[in-house]
Design a protein around this ligand. Structure first.
Ligand SMILES: Cc1cc2nc3c(=O)[nH]c(=O)nc-3n(C[C@H](O)[C@H](O)[C@H](O)COP(=O)(O)OP(=O)(O)OC[C@H]3O[C@@H](n4cnc5c(N)ncnc54)[C@H](O)[C@@H]3O)c2cc1C
Length: 313
């Protein structure tokens, strides 16, 4: 079969890899220049900072082995605690191991891309059926796999986006001069009431932050992100920064660089539905199918490939 996988995030790349291993002819089409999708990392001055998935769990031993064999020695653990706001001292899932990729979480995308045919900077518009085939970005395929968040996949399929919701996220990267205490990795506010829902110190990831600096990743709550999504980034970044400094007692005179990222579709809403009634020859993978966790979308890519391979057995 000739198969187009739309999107080079983790789920699409895992799916493509399994399809190729199953003997299929696969092309991955990715709208951006980079691989990994929301498993995203940026160069921030001299630092390397994760702007999407911050860390991941590997609860399933099979997946742990698979990701371990792809990432090798770059698979690292964060041993420092994550605190819950308002309950200082309480450790979030104390026993759970948290992983990251040493040279940037997005490197997982690059590692997975080895041996795949990937066309970058190809934004797929609406796909059209032609007989039993699908026309995608000027070529014909027997099967297509959409791995993007459902609102984007629905657009590609020319159908309704209703029924599956996504939460936006506004993220600020904040650099300060001076050292870091080294006691805690991050703090969360699970209530969603505090505009600062996630504050993490990237220094906890070994080798990411240059000596003499501290870099924080601040993610706004869903409510705050929705209210400020269409505003100019400089407005909400300045607001998040002053809230952060006040709440964490950080000295504003030590400010360095600032960067922002707006995720329109960050994670699927917790109690949302699943897409139904897909046309023949169209498959989905990623968090339109499962929860928005790296481990889950990896599994989803694999399961979608198995379904496609099984359908032709
Ligand atoms: C701010 C943030 C923090 C997060 N934190 C965590 C965390 O700590 N731990 C965790 O496990 N998970 C976390 N997640 C969730 C996790 O990052 C995602 O669930 C996962 O990366 C989704 O992978 P995916 O392959 O399903 O989709 P994506 O990574 O979104 O991949 C889809 C790809 O499709 C491409 N695409 C979209 N439309 C088109 C088109 N028309 N044509 C071509 N290409 C297209 C996109 O560019 C993208 O590369 C976080 C996400 C965000 C945004």
């Amino acid at each position: 079969m000739k198969i187009a996988v739309i999107g080079a995030g983790i789920s699409g790349l895992v799916c493509a890899k399994h399809l190729v291993a199953g003997g299929q002819e696969v092309t991955v089409l990715e709208k951006s220049r980079s691989l990994g999708g929301r498993c995203a990392t940026r160069k921030f001055g001299e630092h390397i900072v994760d702007t999407g998935a911050q860390y991941f769990t590997l609860r399933d031993p099979v997946l742990r082995k698979e990701i371990g064999s792809v990432a090798g020695a770059q698979l690292k653990t964060i041993s420092l605690p994550i605190l819950i706001s308002g309950k200082m001292g309480e450790v979030y899932r104390e026993s759970e191991e948290r992983f990251y990729i040493g040279n940037g979480n997005n490197r997982l995308g690059a590692m997975l891309s080895d041996g795949l045919e990937i066309r970058k900077e190809v934004e797929v518009g609406v796909v059209t059926p032609v007989g039993k085939e699908w026309e995608v970005a000027g070529d014909r395929y027997d099967v297509i796999v959409c791995s993007a968040p459902w609102p984007q996949s629905a657009k590609i399929l020319g159908g309704s986006q209703e029924g599956v919701g996504y939460e936006p996220n506004l993220t600020a990267l904040l650099e300060y001069s001076g050292g870091w205490s080294g006691a805690v990795y991050a703090q969360i506010d699970p209530s969603g009431e505090d505009p600062l829902s996630w504050v993490a110190c990237e220094n906890a990831k070994v080798g990411r932050v240059a000596d003499g600096s501290t870099v924080y990743v601040v993610q706004a709550s869903v409510k705050y992100s929705r209210e400020n999504l269409e505003k100019k980034p400089e407005e909400w970044v300045a607001d998040l920064q002053s809230r952060f400094e006040k709440a964490y007692g950080v000295d504003a005179t030590k400010r360095g660089r600032v960067m922002s990222h707006r995720w329109r579709y960050a994670r699927r809403e917790k109690s949302t539905g699943y897409p139904v009634d897909l046309p023949k020859g169209v498959y989905l993978c990623g968090d339109s199918q499962v929860d928005s966790r790296l481990e889950s979308v990896w599994r989803s890519g694999k399961e979608t490939a198995e379904k496609i391979l099984g359908s032709k057995a």
